[in-house]
Write a new protein. Structure first.
Length: 114
């Protein structure tokens, strides 16, 4: 936007003939047209800003949903890990118990075969 303003200002700053006209166009007409152009640019800029605000808000909502989902997943993962540890402990206890039974049976067989 700034280069357009600078170009117009430099154009308006050129030497003007008597009567306030440049190239046969009254200065007031040029200023009115430039004012309309600036108003259009401002309107477009405000519209872009509103769209960007809406997009930012949508992104914030998506991020919040993603964060909540991440928290739920982490909670579920923690529960699964705790359950897996409990099952591993129970499995190990069962294996140790079976090994003790097997050892006792082997001792009994050895003592019976002597």
């Amino acid at each position: 936007m700034a280069p357009t303003i600078a170009t117009t200002l430099s154009f308006c700053a050129q030497s003007k003939p008597a009567g306030g006209e440049i190239s046969g166009v009254p200065e007031s007409e040029m200023l009115r047209k430039r004012n309309e152009e600036l108003e259009d640019e401002l309107k477009k800029s405000v519209e872009r800003e509103e769209k960007m605000k809406e997009e930012l808000e949508k992104t914030r909502r998506r991020v919040k949903v993603a964060e909540e989902a991440e928290e739920r997943l982490c909670f579920q993962l923690g529960e699964l890990e705790a359950e897996a540890v409990d099952e591993a402990r129970a499995y190990r206890a069962r294996v140790v118990n079976l090994m003790e039974q097997l050892s006792a049976v082997q001792k009994l067989l050895l003592s019976a075969s002597k």
